[in-house]
Write a protein that binds this ligand. Structure first.
Ligand SMILES: [Zn+2]
Length: 259
């Protein structure tokens, strides 16, 4: 008899098969990607597939398989995020975090990836109160934070302290270099821009702070700064640039990059 294994895992994606099985991709708490199936679920009148909504954290009992997906024997919900991610915008953002995690997860254990995804989904499902605009700016900051941390975990983040060409300490007028996620200093930059200096400051904060501190720092420093629209478009541009760096490491087009 095969032994039953137990783990906690976040559902990354689900798909139904012609045989009426539900196929799942999940990220275990040790950060390993797991292929699973729930046999006959779609033909069952008693069992619901709701708990297998992507983003939910489940406690799983499963039979491992030498080939193909492991079979879920039983499961229960540890964190039900499906009810909290109610709006289209939130679902879309959660979908992006899940897609990026699935793209970089594999057979190897990457516990920091699990912690990053689990924490980010928690922030999305339970936004902090009292922010200037909790919906838009904070979500945009979360996307930036997540992408930056993912680049760092995958070893794709360049030096955020020194120019990638001459090695001198970075100042304020810089040139951002996608897809290598690094900067050129004022002297080496073909087109130095003050805005790229703000990128650097944000990325340095995101790479060393917890998410709450990253948001708080951003708010403290930017109270006297230009209008929301200008900030939002700059953050959006940085977000797109980070996605471009992530896309560069993946051989297929990420849906998150379509906009
Ligand atoms: Zn330089």
């Amino acid at each position: 008899m095969r032994p039953i294994l137990i783990c906690q895992a976040i559902i990354l994606a689900r798909q139904s098969t012609a045989e009426g099985d539900l196929r799942l991709q999940a990220l275990t708490q040790t950060g390993r990607k797991l292929q699973l199936k729930v046999h006959g679920l779609l033909k069952s009148r008693r069992r619901s597939q709701r708990q297998y909504t992507p983003g939910n954290l489940l406690n799983l009992h499963y039979y491992p398989a030498s080939q193909g997906p492991a079979s879920i024997e039983q499961s229960s919900v540890q964190k039900d995020r499906s009810s909290k991610l109610s709006s289209y915008q939130l679902l879309k953002r959660a979908g992006r975090l899940l897609e990026l995690s699935a793209a970089f997860a594999n057979e190897e254990e990457q516990e920091p990836l699990f912690l990053l995804l689990d924490g980010s989904l928690d922030h999305l499902a339970n936004p902090e109160q009292g922010t200037a605009d909790p919906t838009l700016i904070e979500q945009q900051l979360l996307d930036i934070f997540f992408s930056l941390r993912l680049l760092k975990l995958q070893g794709l983040l360049g030096d955020l302290q020194h120019c990638s060409q001459c090695g001198q300490a970075l100042g304020s007028d810089l040139q951002w270099l996608a897809p290598i996620a690094a900067f050129h200093c004022t002297d080496c930059a073909a087109e130095p821009r003050t805005e790229n200096g703000i990128y650097l400051r944000l990325l340095q904060q995101a790479s060393r702070s917890r998410f709450q501190n990253f948001v708080a720092d951003w708010q403290n420093q930017n109270q006297k700064q230009p209008r929301f629209d200008e900030w939002y478009s700059m953050l959006h541009q940085l977000d797109q640039d980070l996605l471009q760096c992530l896309q560069h490491a993946i051989p297929w087009p990420l849906k998150a990059c379509r906009n």
